[in-house]
Design a protein around this ligand. Structure first.
Ligand SMILES: [Zn+2]
Length: 346
């Protein structure tokens, strides 16, 4: 290297400061930083190191100034090298190797309420508005709660092993939510107004219209002076609130735990009563069973049937969901298929 003027020395040495700064901005690894260090500060042929050899060629005050300039730039470069190493180690800790930052992100997954849950909540809300509260009970019941107290005769076919799932000699998976009616009556005294949502179990085949486990919702109102008029008025109010303005009709029916008993139909929502395949051409859709609580049921639960009367109803929210959403196969309700649940969500 030729001898330099102090001005030239200061110019070249000063330039290394900015040069190293620019180079370090492109460094991606500690190896990149080390290569830059060797290139400028390397003991053998470092670009800056070479200029150290020039310092003794200056004399007096100039040598002092050249030495100060050299040390300042060297300190600056060493500082920037150390800073860059720290930054890189922080970034390395946060990033995962081979991440493709250009890949489209996953879309947000949103769940949906099950249609049966939606229907149950709406039914409960309608009855809550008119003074009913929610009651629940165990899914494993004794034969007494599930059958005997509900006025089933001892040889009733429902108690057959072919229809009911027995957990033990006397313990069944409840075949309806009616045992909770007995428990509510026992918890008495009247007035009692409860709605009872819950799962029930039957030895049914799993086909388009049956499932071995399904939801049920029942209601019970017991007080002095309750009559069939209350039953009709309340259930008609319910149908109007749930389905909108609709015609209803009551047909005589039979259940062991109510007398008299009636099934309630609403006008078919698809054909407006003119008859279609969904309503099997009748123009009506059955939505629930109901009746005046049998005096034997009140007595079994310890409620004086001479003093109190009451009515009860029971319906299947799954069946109502099928009708409301136009679902042809009940098994769809058990698939938890998000494409389906998303469609019917509120
Ligand atoms: Zn119809």
């Amino acid at each position: 290297m030729n001898e330099l003027t102090l001005q030239a020395f200061e110019h070249f040495v000063g330039r290394f400061g900015t040069e190293v700064d620019t180079r370090l901005r492109e460094a991606r690894t500690a190896e990149d930083v080390e290569a830059i260090r060797v290139e400028y500060l390397g003991r053998a042929n470092g670009k800056l190191t070479d200029y150290q050899k020039q310092i003794p060629t200056f004399s007096g005050e100039e040598r002092k100034l050249a030495g100060q300039q050299f040390n300042a730039v060297k300190k600056l470069i060493e500082g920037r090298l150390a800073e860059t190493l720290t930054e890189l180690s922080r970034v390395t800790r946060l990033s995962v190797p081979d991440v493709d930052l250009t890949m489209p992100s996953r879309s947000q997954f949103r769940g949906a309420e099950h249609p049966v849950t939606v229907v149950i909540e709406e039914i409960v809300e309608i009855f809550r508005e008119i003074g009913f509260t929610v009651a629940t009970g165990p899914e494993a019941e004794t034969e007494w709660y599930n059958f005997t107290a509900l006025n089933f005769p001892p040889d009733h076919p429902a108690m057959d092993m072919h229809d009911t799932m027995y957990l033990a000699e006397d313990v069944v998976l409840r075949t309806h939510t009616s045992p909770v009616q007995i428990r509510s009556l026992q918890a008495g005294p009247p007035p009692i107004r409860v709605v009872i949502p819950g799962n029930v179990y039957r030895l049914d085949p799993f086909d388009a219209s049956h499932a071995p486990m399904f939801a049920q919702i029942e209601g019970l109102a017991v007080d002095e002076g309750i009559s069939f008029v209350d039953l009709k008025a309340t259930l008609t109010h319910f149908a109007t609130r749930f389905f909108g303005a609709t015609r209803t009709r009551f047909r005589p029916s039979y259940f062991p735990f109510t007398e008299p008993s009636a099934e309630m139909d609403v006008e078919c929502r698809l054909c407006k009563g003119s008859g279609c395949p969904a309503c099997k051409g009748t123009g009506w859709m059955e939505i629930l069973g109901s009746g005046m609580v049998h005096p034997n049921v009140l007595d079994a639960a310890g409620v004086d049937s001479e003093k109190y009367t009451g009515w009860a109803f029971g319906m299947g929210p799954a069946r109502i969901a099928l009708q409301r959403y136009g679902i042809p196969d009940i098994r769809v309700l058990y698939d938890s298929e998000m494409r389906f649940l998303g469609q019917v969500a509120r």
